[in-house]
Design a protein around this ligand. Structure first.
Ligand SMILES: Nc1ncnc2c1ncn2[C@@H]1O[C@H](COP(=O)(O)OP(=O)(O)O)[C@@H](O)[C@H]1O
Ligand SMILES: [Mg+2]
Length: 263
């Protein structure tokens, strides 16, 4: 197993005296195998981002554990080990603009990927050019530009190009398409499947859009109010939803998706 998420719970203490408890994630368990495309689907507030942040070791769970390649990530403490973990488990977020420093050319965001790699003898220029072409960008159309000079889709493609430099074992993409123009979403989503097919990268794709998840996933987990209420292969989820919440989600999947999938 590549990643094991075991009985994860996260409680936030909020309010003036931090006495009010919000159970953001409640007893969540799932496994990610190598080369697996897993989608975590649920409406806003269901605990998806909290789960992602815990897996990326950006926040600590209240209880439960994350086991990566057999090792509890709680034991990762040195900067060197953290770097290695983030090279293997790479996060991609909703707002690609926020992932850039607006005062620096986009070249820098690509160059920074090399700081996570071991060794120093890289032909950075040719690796960057190659990675950009892999994600459907012409190097000359984006290099030397500032983030605001590019489209949202181009910015997210650059973030994915970093995956072609790092070759992580697991990509955790948290709503990577929600700020992207609808017409270019499918093309960008395909880049994640391409990474899986060509580099055996596993993907955890987080989305509120069951229709998008349907196309690319090996397995779908439905999350509702912090818990996983249903899980299974996409056709089972769409054709025979069991949980009340999943039934509602399936009804909301646009007709077009249902037509394509033979409904
Ligand atoms: N830092 C935080 N402090 C307090 N509550 C939070 C924090 N982050 C998230 N929450 C709450 O936890 C719940 C789950 O949030 P989140 O994990 O962001 O869900 P999703 O990504 O599915 O929208 C929500 O009720 C949200 O308001
Ligand atoms: Mg979120």
């Amino acid at each position: 197993m590549l990643l094991e998420v075991k009985e994860l719970t996260k409680i936030y203490n909020v309010g003036l005296l931090r006495r009010k408890e919000i159970i953001a994630v409640k007893d969540v368990s799932f496994d990610v195998k190598p080369e697996m495309f897993l989608s975590l689907v649920g409406e806003s507030g269901s605990g998806k981002t909290t789960t992602a942040k815990i897996i990326l070791k950006l926040i600590k769970p209240t209880s439960g554990s994350i086991i990566f390649e057999g090792q509890n990530i709680e034991g990762i403490n040195t900067l060197k080990d953290l770097r290695r973990y983030w090279r293997n488990v790479h996060g991609i977020f909703q707002d690609p603009y926020a992932s850039f420093n607006p005062f620096h050319k986009v070249d820098r965001a690509l160059g920074q990927a090399f700081t996570l790699l071991e060794g120093s003898n890289f032909d950075k220029e040719s690796i960057i050019n190659e990675a950009l072409r892999e994600v459907g960008l012409r190097p000359e159309e984006v290099l030397g530009k500032y983030p605001h000079e590019l489209s949202g889709g181009q910015r997210q493609r650059i973030m994915i190009a970093r995956c072609y430099i790092l070759k992580p074992k697991l990509i955790l993409a948290d709503e990577p398409l929600s700020m992207i123009d609808a017409s270019t979403r499918a093309g960008i989503l395909k880049l994640f499947s391409k990474l899986r097919d060509e580099h055996k990268t596993s993907v955890i794709f987080i989305t509120h859009d069951l229709g998008l998840a349907y196309y690319v996933s090996d397995e779908i987990l439905i999350m509702y109010k912090g818990s996983i209420v249903e899980r299974g292969p996409p056709h089972e989820i769409i054709e025979k939803p069991q949980a009340q919440y999943t039934k509602r989600l399936v009804e909301d999947v646009p007709l077009l998706y249902k037509k394509w999938s033979g409904f």
